[in-house]
Design a protein. Structure first.
Ligand code: PXP
Length: 241
């Protein structure tokens, strides 16, 4: 089974916010994604609202009601953001750690140290027909803790793998593939569904996927949006002729 591709559109909003105007329009981006093999849209409404804004969530939610694309709501574990998630019909909520000063989500969530809190936190989300995924490093204790709090999915943080790929670090790559493989099998043996995300590209993905079985979803943002800029330049310039 091929994993589903879910497109994180946060950085479409990053470009739009550079001018604080309407372009590129997120719904137009989603209409383009709808024409592809992608299965869903992912957004991360950060506490500092640096890319996706509250109004975007409302528009995306309204549009996706009549779309075949599923909606994944990435979120930090705060009451404020949970209330917004509960007002959507997201298929999946992915809990991530969030630090204001970070450029992007830099590591997996520490589930172990906040098991009791998270077990209660996710209940209303699941009661609202949204499954819950926990973004974790490929660490067996964190995966066990995710099972203990009754999460439905884990998403394994593939950032270290992606960094080794960029650095051409063969030893690091081999080690990280084994770590991810072990983590994915362990999660599956516990009955958790397994997604992957962070730093994935069309170049680094095949080698990793070749070693894994039954991955449900890939959540990919930056490399797809970055590549779309390059792929689209020619058409954008031709529009002036
Ligand atoms: N999955 C999660 C949980 C993330 O936090 C991110 C980054 O926002 C991604 C996937 C996408 O990572 P990238 O933009 O590097 O593809």
């Amino acid at each position: 089974m091929k994993p589903e591709l879910h497109i994180n559109i946060d950085h479409v909003a990053t470009v739009r916010n550079a001018r604080m105007g309407p372009e590129p329009n997120l719904i137009e981006a989603i209409k383009n994604i709808e024409k592809t093999c992608a299965a869903g849209i992912t957004t991360h409404l950060r506490e500092d609202r640096r890319h996706i804004k509250d109004a975007d969530i409302k528009e995306i939610e309204a549009y996706l009601k009549n779309s075949r694309l599923g909606f994944t709501f990435e979120m930090g574990a705060t009451e404020e953001i949970r209330a917004i998630c509960l007002a959507t019909s997201a298929k999946l909520a992915t809990l991530v750690p969030e630090k204001r000063e970070e450029l992007t989500t830099e590591g997996g969530l520490d589930v172990l140290s906040q098991k009791a809190f998270l077990a209660e936190f996710i209940k209303p989300i699941q009661a609202n027909s949204t499954q819950v995924s926990i973004f974790v490093d490929p660490d067996l204790d964190q995966i066990q803790a995710s099972k203990d709090i009754a999460a439905d999915f884990i998403e394994i943080h593939t950032g270290t793998y992606a960094n080794h790929f960029i650095a051409n670090n063969e030893e690091g790559l081999a080690q990280e593939i084994q770590r991810i493989k072990k983590a994915a099998s362990f999660a599956q043996s516990l009955g958790l569904k397994v997604n992957l995300g962070h730093g994935l590209t069309s170049l680094n993905l095949p080698r990793l996927l070749a070693q894994l079985e039954d991955i449900q979803e890939l959540h990919i943002g930056h490399s797809i949006i970055a590549n779309a800029v390059l792929c689209g330049l020619e058409n954008s310039i031709e529009a002036f002729h």
